[in-house]
Ligand binder design. Structure first.
Ligand SMILES: [Zn+2]
Length: 227
């Protein structure tokens, strides 16, 4: 490969036109349409979905491991205060959004970009809300609580990033193959939103019941102590 060809390939790998270096739309990047700006043919340098995913997936696991480690260390400190560690789960999800969801979905066609971003973000929100109850229940372990929380939170981060990565790769392959969005995928956005509302209601209800039970216990204790 000559130096110029290598340079052009490198541009395409960054989703840029090999001739004018403008950002390429999905149809140019994967499906043989010329560059929207300078009309250059991309086909000689065209990417497969796997090629497009590769520069990201090579580094992504080291980064995910680093973020999971930070979450775990953070929980060792914040895990002593109930609910406080939830900030770490939200921060990890924000990182997954900016470091994984947005860069990969940038190459998608507009409708697929909207649907895949919302599906992935809402999915992350459901997982956070769902895992808060499980993680906070570890408070019952006393001094072993924070390490147990740290382990669970790190595992949650790795599993979330992995699932989002698999979902995006699936979408990328479909984008590259020129497959249209399914109605089901729009339905999924609505379904996950409903799931999120329901999970939140259950968790809030669960926490309220727990607080109520504790309050009752305290009242009884006060009576019992004769205060
Ligand atoms: Zn161009």
């Amino acid at each position: 490969m000559t130096q110029l060809a290598a340079h052009r390939r490198a541009l395409v790998a960054r989703r840029r036109c090999p001739a004018c270096a403008e950002i390429l739309a999905a149809r140019s990047l994967f499906r043989d349409a010329p560059c929207g700006r300078c009309n250059a043919q991309i086909s000689t340098f065209a990417l497969s979905a796997d090629d497009a995913m590769r520069p990201l997936s090579r580094k992504i696991w080291t980064r995910v491991a680093g973020v999971a480690l930070l979450v775990a260390v953070g929980y060792l400190f914040l895990g002593w205060v109930p609910m406080l560690g939830t900030i770490l789960l939200i921060a990890a999800a924000a990182w997954i959004k900016l470091g994984l969801i947005y860069p990969v979905s940038d190459g998608f066609s507009p409708a697929r970009r909207v649907v895949s971003r919302w599906t992935a973000k809402l999915g992350l929100a459901v997982v956070i809300v769902g895992s808060v109850l499980l993680i906070e229940a570890m408070t019952l372990l006393g001094p072993l609580g924070p390490p147990a929380k740290a382990l669970l939170a790190a595992a949650q981060t790795v599993v979330s990033a992995g699932t989002v990565g698999l979902y995006l790769r699936w979408q990328l392959r479909r984008e590259a193959a020129g497959k249209a969005l399914l109605w089901m995928e729009w339905g999924m956005v609505l379904g996950i939103t409903a799931g999120l509302l329901l999970t939140t209601a259950v968790v809030v209800g669960g926490l309220a019941a727990l607080a109520h039970a504790l309050q009752g216990l305290l009242d009884n204790l006060t009576v019992w102590l004769g205060a």
